[in-house]
Design a protein around this ligand. Structure first.
Ligand code: ADP
Ligand code: ZN
Length: 339
């Protein structure tokens, strides 16, 4: 196990890489700890949860809502959780997002930590302190920014992860490589999903590198004033089509990254959009998608990244270097139409 502590303005987060879930017993008192997990993970990994007070929520993004928040809070009251409690989200992005949100509001805030169980949550969703829930079609419309006390990585959980969920994680990993790390991009070109699933060491290395990359970006800009926006590569268009066409997050982001690469070619003269689409394909992700421009533009109007009539779009100057460029909504509509 590798322990690393990262300080934020207000507090610090402990990272336990290459660790085992069982080590939680050395870190926390079961009497005062409340685990939140979902209906898929709980039955697949029951032995892990023995001896812990566990709240099981329905699995899936559709349940990342106010009703589930209320359910968790009612359970916490019943289990007599007080201000000194620690909540531990054991699950994918839905579980970690909602756990972080409940921890921020229950009794005006209690401690929390995460054991991410999907590749996506390990490298992305659980890091950075953003948490929240969806309101209807609008993702993460309600939430706070608050850092977890710890993150524990146990890749054993990934043994039961479906292929589609691996793809979601790979989309974010490729995103990280595109905006910040050309060496990681080249390394990914040499690896494959099959190889990573077999090779625990290479997988742990890749997870660690991605966590560190995201942590550096988040630490430099905890409240998303500038640099952190780079992490939105592929997400402006991605979120809009994910909602409209019920795509998986990874598929939507992959398509978003491909479009950003083409936009980068047109606006900045970026030379290697094909290399990006080839890598996305290598990791089982789609690149092309036909969508209704009008519908997508309507979604972008609501996007948190829109300021006045501009969208702060993330483009790729070269592989390993993302940049933020304000693009007028009107121009964006025209460009989408011709791609
Ligand atoms: P995310 O993709 O943001 O991490 P979810 O929390 O919705 O989002 O997780 C994706 C799906 O994978 C959910 O259906 C969840 O129950 C399931 N899941 C999470 N972790 C595992 C695991 N280790 N094995 C099997 N299924 C899992
Ligand atoms: Zn994402």
């Amino acid at each position: 196990m590798l322990h690393q502590s990262v300080r934020f303005n207000q507090q610090h987060t402990d990272f336990y890489f290459d660790a085992s879930f069982r080590q939680l017993k050395q870190m926390l008192k079961p009497a005062n700890t409340f685990i939140i997990t979902d209906t898929n993970i709980f039955p697949l990994h029951t032995t892990y949860f023995k001896g812990w007070k566990t709240i099981v929520i329905p699995a899936g993004e559709a349940h990342k809502n106010i009703a589930t928040v209320q359910y968790i809070i009612e359970q916490l009251i019943q289990l007599q959780a007080d201000r000194t409690a620690t909540l531990v989200g054991v699950g994918g992005g839905v579980v970690t997002d909602i756990t972080g949100f409940v921890a921020a509001i229950y009794m005006r805030g209690v401690a929390f930590g995460f054991v991410p169980t999907t590749l996506l949550a390990m490298v992305d969703a659980s890091i950075g302190g953003k948490n929240g829930i969806d309101i209807g079609l609008y993702k993460n419309l309600m939430g706070t920014i608050r850092q977890p006390a710890f993150l524990l990585y146990d890749t054993h959980f990934l043994k039961t992860l479906p292929d589609a969920e691996w793809q979601n994680g790979f989309a974010e990993i490729i995103k990280h490589a595109c905006i910040k790390n050309a060496a990681m991009f080249r390394n990914l070109e040499k690896l494959s999903p099959a190889l990573l699933k077999k090779n625990k060491q290479k997988l742990n290395e890749l997870i660690q590198k991605n966590v560190q990359l995201k942590m550096l970006v988040v630490k430099a800009d905890e409240f998303e004033k500038g640099e952190r926006k780079l992490l939105n590569l592929g997400h402006t268009l991605g979120h809009a089509i994910e909602n409209q066409y019920s795509l998986s997050h990874g598929h939507a982001v992959a398509i978003g990254i491909h479009y950003a690469a083409i936009l980068s070619q047109q606006i900045l003269g970026f030379k290697q959009p094909e290399r990006i689409s080839a890598l996305l394909t290598q990791y089982g992700l789609p690149t092309h998608f036909v969508f209704d421009t009008k519908k997508v533009m309507n979604m972008l109007q609501m996007d948190k990244k829109r300021q006045q009539e501009f969208v702060h779009y993330i483009l790729i100057e070269k592989i390993g270097k993302g940049i933020i460029l304000p693009i007028p909504l009107k121009d964006l509509e025209k460009i989408y139409k011709i791609i």
